[in-house]
Design a protein around this ligand. Structure first.
Ligand SMILES: Nc1ncnc2c1ncn2[C@@H]1O[C@H](COP(=O)(O)OP(=O)(O)OP(=O)(O)O)[C@@H](O)[C@H]1O
Ligand SMILES: [Mg+2]
Length: 229
């Protein structure tokens, strides 16, 4: 059983069918890259996987349960970590506050979390997350979001998505604004999460170089079934 599965999923915007009869099982421990032409339906697919939109028909299953039957808010705040291209961090808050808020919203306690060792307080845990994405918490932890670079913001957006240890991490063009070296660094963070911490990571990218680093590449064709390449 995959951690997240598409069961005969179709999606149609008014007069615009985008995804038709798609079946797929995403597994833990792997990084998936979804590629495909602009308009192929990549963002639409991620929106359904993240529980933001419902399929027009078919359904999405998380850990064996269809997400339309579970509490949507719980799914989105606890089970799936989403990283947007525009980061969507809270600019007036510090790096540490952005990460901790997301943990607090999930309702998870430190004792519910694993994989990062045992932490007696949230700050130590948050600092470990900042290190996990390759930054120094002493240097950036107390800075406001607007006072760090775009690449650093992207790393913090990843740390925030990881804060509540979701089973699935979804990212829409997470390296779209970054230079290739920084993009490869970020990709290595995703590979570490999948391979060492057994997360399922699904990212959309236009970059063939980034897609080549993934474990599995899915090429979404406009209005046809996905094709594995
Ligand atoms: N809110 C919407 N209402 C109607 N049509 C939409 C809406 N959002 C997207 N579409 C259409 O659905 C199709 C798929 O859009 P989607 O955003 O999923 O593509 P994409 O593969 O993410 O493209 P890109 O690479 O440009 O981000 C496109 O034809 C788009 O115009
Ligand atoms: Mg898109």
């Amino acid at each position: 059983m995959g951690v997240i599965e598409l069961k005969n999923v179709s999606f149609t915007y008014p007069n615009n069918p985008v995804i038709k009869n798609m079946d797929y099982e995403f597994q833990r421990g792997l990084v998936y890259c979804i590629t495909g032409k602009s308009g192929a339906g990549k963002t639409t697919l991620l929106s359904m996987l993240s529980g933001i939109m419902d399929p027009t028909s078919g359904y999405i299953v998380y850990n064996g349960y269809p997400i339309d039957e579970s509490d949507r808010y719980v799914y989105r705040s606890r089970d799936v970590g989403v990283i947007f291209q525009e980061y969507n961090l809270l600019p007036k808050f510090t790096v540490r506050e952005n990460i901790q808020l997301s943990l607090d919203i999930s309702g998870k306690k430190l004792r519910d979390l694993d994989g990062f060792g045992t932490f007696s307080n949230k700050k130590d845990y948050v600092d470990q997350l900042i290190r996990e994405v390759g930054l120094d918490p002493e240097e950036v932890g107390n800075r406001r979001i607007l006072k760090i670079s775009g690449g650093q913001q992207q790393r913090i957006a990843i740390a925030r998505a990881l804060s509540f240890q979701p089973g699935v991490i979804l990212a829409d063009e997470p390296t779209g604004n970054l230079d290739i070296d920084t993009s490869i660094d970020i990709m290595n963070v995703f590979l570490h999460l999948a391979h060492e911490l057994n997360r399922c990571v699904i990212i959309v990218t236009h970059s063939p170089q980034i897609a080549d680093l993934a474990d599995v590449r899915l090429d979404l064709k406009p209005l046809s079934r996905y094709k594995k390449v």
